[in-house]
Design a protein around this ligand. Structure first.
Ligand SMILES: CC(C)(COP(=O)(O)OP(=O)(O)OC[C@H]1O[C@@H](n2cnc3c(N)ncnc32)[C@H](O)[C@@H]1OP(=O)(O)O)[C@@H](O)C(=O)NCCC(=O)NCCS
Length: 427
């Protein structure tokens, strides 16, 4: 089955497929072209039994995002608008399409792929693993009245002019997270997002930025809870208090705010009362898949003070061999704050040329003859762990293959430590 690149001439047929599946209408002026930071691929209806020319039977877009990986940055293919035409559903197109998506992420040099599944089970079969869930709470605004103003902090309106300050704060304050999109153009255009989006910056008396809060105030006729808070990011605990205190000022017009949070968001720690409720509605699941194990590892810095090496084996039977570089055996080394992952053959060759005998020190997962402790992961465990913030025991609790002696496992856990992944942008 041939999966091909979709070009400008396919935009109309692809949009008919995606709006047919997910709703929405194309503007009367014609279909929007593909974003230059997306790769669109698809299968022609005409190539299938009963198919018709000019119709895309199955298609998907791959966003060229970059995400945070515990202080580093990795390229990530965000899968959006994946759909099969109703006339061709149930005929086995999903597998070849998703396999082509994975291969294309590899060809584009991506370390990971990410998606929001409507049906996680069908993606899990191809190595995608749930790494995060959207997280929203209902905050009773009356409770925030108890918060006192924070000295030395003032609020600044966010306009076209001050928006770059917010963008750079977002980048700075989420740099240590796992899974957060860097929000770069052209997927995230410069300027204000529009559609009622508003924000305030928090600065000190010298004009240095310390945080921001962004929200959308629902119009009176809309069924949504009064205030949707997208993000509350503060440099310190007190900065988050100052932003919540400002949120409390809405209590005269609405009783609750729906606040979107990161996984284990530090904002939760400064909410003054325990009267929180999960926001109603279905919260999205975020799945990720390793595309290139070495790139995924090398993208992140090694934690300070961690030195040593392990042998990492990743098994992937979910896609044909050669689809991507997730499976294989690597010597993974942490040294001087950096991680290197060398394919075993390449590693052995280099070591031999350099005349080095030892792969690592015995007390750090290796032995003096160069053999190192081994961790063996299936693709599901690799996708879970390499996204960051989870440990070998988490993978085993989920029934995934994550084997290794305790010392070696501890080394990998230390290497990938950090907050559990969060993603604040749905696509
Ligand atoms: C979901 C969708 C992409 C599946 O494509 P498809 O070509 O019909 O799927 P296939 O025929 O290749 O079947 C793949 C597997 O998915 C299962 N499947 C397909 N649709 C399903 C559904 N709605 N619910 C549960 N399982 C489903 C099939 O049973 C099959 O499993 P099997 O191999 O064990 O029989 C397609 O139905 C579709 O476009 N739906 C609307 C848009 C959508 O949901 N897109 C995904 C957004 S993340």
């Amino acid at each position: 089955m041939r999966v091909r690149d979709l070009g400008v001439e396919d935009a109309r047929a692809y949009r008919a497929l995606s709006t047919g599946a997910f709703g929405g209408r194309e503007p009367a002026t014609g279909p929007r072209p593909f974003n230059p930071a997306e790769t669109a691929i698809g299968i022609d209806s005409a190539s299938l039994p009963g198919g018709v020319a000019g119709v895309i039977a199955a298609g998907a877009r791959i966003r060229h995002d970059r995400i945070t990986v515990g202080g580093g940055v990795a390229a990530c293919g965000g899968v959006a608008g994946l759909a099969v035409h109703p006339a061709h559903r149930g005929n086995g197109l999903f597998g070849p399409l998703l396999t082509a998506v994975i291969a294309r992420c590899q060809a584009e040099g991506m370390a990971f792929s990410m998606l929001y599944p409507s049906n996680p089970a069908i993606y899990r079969r191809f190595g995608y693993q749930e790494v995060a869930r959207e997280n929203e709470v209902q905050v009773p605004l009356g409770d925030l009245q108890r918060l006192r103003p924070v000295p030395g902090r003032r609020l600044v309106p966010v306009t076209e002019e001050t928006m770059p300050r917010l963008r750079s704060l977002y980048r700075e304050l989420t740099a240590g997270d796992n899974g957060m999109l860097l929000r770069e153009g052209p997927l995230f255009p410069d300027g204000l997002p529009g559609d009622g989006w508003s924000a305030v910056l928090l600065e000190d008396a010298e004009g240095h930025d310390h945080g921001y809060m962004s929200w959308t105030r629902a119009a009176e006729y809309e069924a949504v809870e009064g205030l949707e808070v997208h993000e509350i990011l503060g440099r310190t605990r007190q900065d988050r208090v100052a932003l919540l205190q400002s949120l409390g000022s809405w209590s005269t017009v609405t009783a609750h705010a729906r606040v979107r949070l990161r996984t284990e968001d530090p904002v939760l720690d400064v909410l003054p009362s325990g009267r929180l409720q999960a926001a109603p509605g279905i919260l999205g699941i975020v799945m990720m898949r390793v595309i290139d194990t070495a790139a995924a590892l090398e993208a992140r810095p090694a934690p300070a003070g961690l030195d040593g090496a392990i042998r990492l084996v990743v098994e992937d039977s979910t896609v044909p061999g050669g689809t991507c570089r997730a499976a294989g055996t690597w010597i993974v080394r942490a040294h001087d704050g950096a991680i290197s992952a060398q394919c075993v053959a390449e590693y052995d060759g280099q070591e031999a040329r350099a005349g080095h005998a030892a792969a690592s020190r015995p007390d750090q997962g290796g032995s003096s003859d160069g053999a190192v402790g081994e961790v063996r992961l299936d693709i599901h465990a690799a996708s879970l762990l390499l996204a960051g913030g989870r440990c070998m025991a988490d993978a085993r609790r989920l029934g995934l293959l994550a084997e290794g002696d305790p010392t070696t496992a501890r080394f990998l856990d230390a290497l990938l430590a950090g907050p559990r992944p969060s993603v604040l942008d749905a696509f």
